[in-house]
Design a protein around this ligand. Structure first.
Ligand code: UDP
Ligand code: MG
Length: 314
């Protein structure tokens, strides 16, 4: 059996050597398994590509594919899945936050226990800023309420999959990609393995709070249309309030007459309604912009350089 490990790398010059050593060690302890490593260089600005090429010279199991610019981790995962030739495919971060030591258990789940995929879920968020953890929890709670697709809290993209599962993922060739949702969307049986959070071995995280926030919006818009319905609900609610306010004003006029007072409250109401309308247009806009990008059928990534023999077009 052949196992392909896909490793998205963006400015990971410090972490790759550690990762390479560790995965080679783990795989050598799994007899009957050959390894194919696909490093995806996601437009790194440091020596990442050179380091990967050096590894490729030393080790014929190492394949690489280098993007023409930074396309994001989702695009890197897609490129890896497209080019993976293994019977089993794993997605792993380069920073050893996805411990390769879990691979034997994942392998067992698929080969012996008959699961289609085995995924890792961290049970704590030790070493992460508390505010970030709080927002992450909020996101998962909200997401699972408004989306039919199950998204597991603490799930990483670290996953071992069989061919069927990979082919299903490849059929989803959408441009706006949110892997955590897609893994759930394709279905199949997944075994969850729990582990304690590990801090990255070297280098620093590529995700700022703002980038994560935008990514969470991506997740919501890609896997739920509830915000669209929410816009109409707020509209109906505002109409109801307006009707009540009109009745109040008419009654007040009839009882007390001459009401030139009250324009500050009127100004507040106008501003409030204006705000709600803009918010709703914004929600529409975020769906429309994604539809726009989707109908353009742009490639998900552009490859600049690779040592993979058969490069399927994306
Ligand atoms: N990554 C990538 N492209 C990007 C950002 C990140 O390929 O634009 C890779 C990165 O090199 C790493 C993985 O995605 O292997 C996870 O990134 P990181 O460790 O920074 O995220 P965190 O673990 O902090 O969520
Ligand atoms: Mg990491």
């Amino acid at each position: 059996m052949k196992l392909t490990a896909i490793v998205p790398c963006y400015n990971e010059e410090a972490a790759i050597p550690y990762f390479h050593e560790e995965i080679a060690r783990v795989i050598s302890g799994m007899p009957g398994l050959t390894l194919e490593l696909i490093y995806i260089n996601d437009g790194s600005k440091d020596r990442t590509l050179e380091i990967i090429k050096e590894l490729a010279v030393k080790d014929s199991h190492v394949k690489y594919l280098s993007f023409s610019r930074n396309f994001g981790k989702e695009a890197a995962i897609y490129a890896g899945l497209q080019n993976a030739s293994g019977d089993l495919v794993a997605i792993m971060d380069a920073d050893l936050q996805d411990p390769p030591s879990l691979l034997p258990k994942m392998y067992q789940a698929i080969v012996e226990e008959g699961y289609d995929s085995a995924a890792a879920r961290r049970v704590d968020r030790k070493g992460e800023p508390p505010i970030r953890s709080w927002f992450a929890r909020l996101f998962y709670r909200m997401m699972n309420r408004i989306s039919k697709t199950e998204i597991v809290d603490g799930a990483r993209d670290f996953r071992l999959m069989n061919r069927k599962y990979v082919d299903a993922l490849l059929q989803m060739s959408e441009y706006n990609r949110f892997s955590k949702g897609m893994f759930g969307w394709v279905g199949f049986e997944t075994k969850w393995l729990e582990f304690e959070n590990v801090e990255r071995v070297a280098g620093e995280t590529k995700w700022s709070f703002w980038k994560l926030f935008l990514y969470s919006i991506e997740g919501i818009v890609d896997f739920s249309t509830v915000p669209l319905a929410l816009a109409s609900c707020v509209g109906v609610l505002m109409c109801g309030l307006a009707v009540l306010a009109i009745i109040f004003i008419i009654v007040r006029q009839l009882l007390f007459g001459g009401s030139a007072f009250g324009w500050p409250s009127m100004a507040c109401i106008v501003i409030f309604i204006g705000g709600v309308q803009l918010l709703c247009i914004g929600i529409l806009g975020s769906y429309l912009s994604r539809t726009y990008l989707e109908v353009k059928h742009r490639p998900i990534y552009i490859c600049k350089e690779t040592n993979l023999e058969v490069r399927k077009s994306n």
